[in-house]
Design a protein around this ligand. Structure first.
Ligand code: FAD
Length: 397
């Protein structure tokens, strides 16, 4: 099966390729590397700003927000070209993909100018404060509290509580923080969203290591003790945070499967099968990659027709993240003891890309688990598919 695009989409692709050929900086400037998902090296800040200024950062956005009102198919080919060249769209992916996108959907004009535009231009970076020790899959159980008050300093909230898994928080300037503003309301109805600057008194960020090694510091615990947040930092309606949460993750979900398709395609290049068993598994990798692209293409064309099918996105997320995990596990096994060597390169250095996609096989495998947890675990996706795609009854708990 050969999937092709209409001439206008291909013309859009050609225009973007011409931009990349003309503006992509020299590789020599990329020596400084990112060390967390909110740490954007200086060269990458300049490059993200160049994409913003030319309307190529998030092409689906309007021009004043770094885009050109591109259709979903045009956004797809944009991503495709970035992926082929292993160019990271932003070294603050949650800032670009979730926080700026949420502010553009739910924020006031003032909030868009104050936070969304600087995030998009890579002048500031942002982290996402949703999960807590007792609230991950069941986000609505979150307990970090924000109590409204007024004094001589004006209307404000006082925030107390703890977040966890807050990627990049130790390098971020702001955290989009989900808080409980009405403890008496049903749990989905008492949540609000605040932009909290990380330099506010009472905010403490504690980075902690991941499975990949003691020097891999991206996750954080974030503690809030009597943090005073101006009322103007409230994003969306008071107690309307559940709608923002669904919107925020919705932004993340729409093209999330594409990252798995990109990583699977990179594996096709990086994994060298040797034994007959490796070759068999390599064939599975190739088939999974084509299957994901084909399923994703169906979802894309539905979306291009204005049809929303959130449950179909769960199929793509589940399949993409698990197919990737299987494939990278096969590559690790095929490499034998050498696959455990760390640090080691499994792909050529990608100057404009994430270092994580060329590191040791062990690290690539270990990182694949994040994909089956973040953005909704595999079990949660299976639950959605069971109920909304297969029409099975709700599980009894
Ligand atoms: C790489 C990575 C980056 C992350 N970045 C961020 C971030 O920047 N900001 C942020 O706020 N959070 C972040 N997270 C946290 C992530 O959102 C949570 O880990 C995720 O929502 C799961 O929550 P939990 O870890 O509390 O697990 P739990 O929800 O406690 O789940 C534990 C286990 O129980 C299963 N389970 C739970 N509920 C059900 C159910 N209803 N049916 C069946 N099984 C169930 C789960 O599938 C899982 O296996 C990140 C996580 C990872 C891995």
């Amino acid at each position: 099966m050969q999937l092709t695009f209409d001439a206008d989409v291909e013309a859009f692709r050609d225009e973007f390729i011409a931009f990349l050929d003309e503006h992509l900086p020299d590789e020599a400037v990329t020596a400084q590397r990112s060390c967390s998902t909110a740490d954007i090296p200086e060269w990458a800040r300049r490059w993200q700003r160049a994409m913003f200024d030319h309307g190529w950062l998030s092409p689906g956005n309007p021009p004043e927000f770094g885009g050109r009102n591109a259709t979903i198919l045009q956004q797809y080919v944009h991503r495709d070209e970035l992926s082929k060249r292993r160019i990271y769209q932003s070294f603050n992916p949650q800032g670009l993909g979730i926080i700026a996108a949420s502010l553009l959907s739910f924020g006031t004009d003032e909030q868009k100018q104050r936070w969304a535009v600087p995030i998009l231009r890579a002048e500031i970076t942002a982290a996402l404060g949703m999960s807590e020790p007792g609230a991950g899959s069941d986000l609505a159980s979150l307990r970090t509290s924000a109590v409204a008050g007024t004094d001589s300093g004006g209307d404000h909230f006082v925030v107390n509580g703890q977040k966890v898994w807050t990627s990049g928080a130790h390098h971020a300037d702001v955290i989009l923080t989900f808080v409980r503003t009405d403890p008496d309301a049903p749990k989905h109805k008492g949540i609000s969203v605040l932009v909290i600057p990380t330099n506010a008194p009472g905010v403490v960020r504690r980075p902690f290591a991941s499975i990949c090694g003691v020097d891999d510091l991206d996750f954080n615990e974030v503690f809030f003790t009597d943090v005073r947040v101006p009322a103007e930092n409230l994003v969306g309606p008071l107690n309307g945070g559940w709608g923002v949460a669904n919107g925020s993750l919705g932004h993340e979900r729409t093209l999330l499967w594409l990252s798995y398709a990109d990583w699977l395609e990179q594996l096709i290049n990086d994994f060298t099968p040797v034994t007959p068993q490796d070759r068999d598994r390599y064939a599975t990798l190739v088939m999974d990659t084509y299957a994901l692209r084909a399923l994703g293409s169906i979802a894309l064309s539905r979306e291009a027709r204005g049809e929303q099918d959130v449950a179909a996105l769960s199929v793509l997320k589940l399949f993409g993240s698990e197919a990737f995990q299987d494939a990278v596990g096969y590559a690790l096994e095929a490499a034998g003891p050498d696959g455990l060597a760390h640090p080691a390169s499994t792909a050529p250095f990608a100057p404009f890309g994430e270092d994580a996609t060329s590191t040791s096989w062990f690290e690539r495998y270990a990182r694949s688990f994040g994909g089956t947890i973040a953005g909704g675990t595999s079990e949660i996706q299976r639950g959605i598919i069971a109920q909304r795609v297969l029409g099975l009854p709700h599980a009894r708990r």
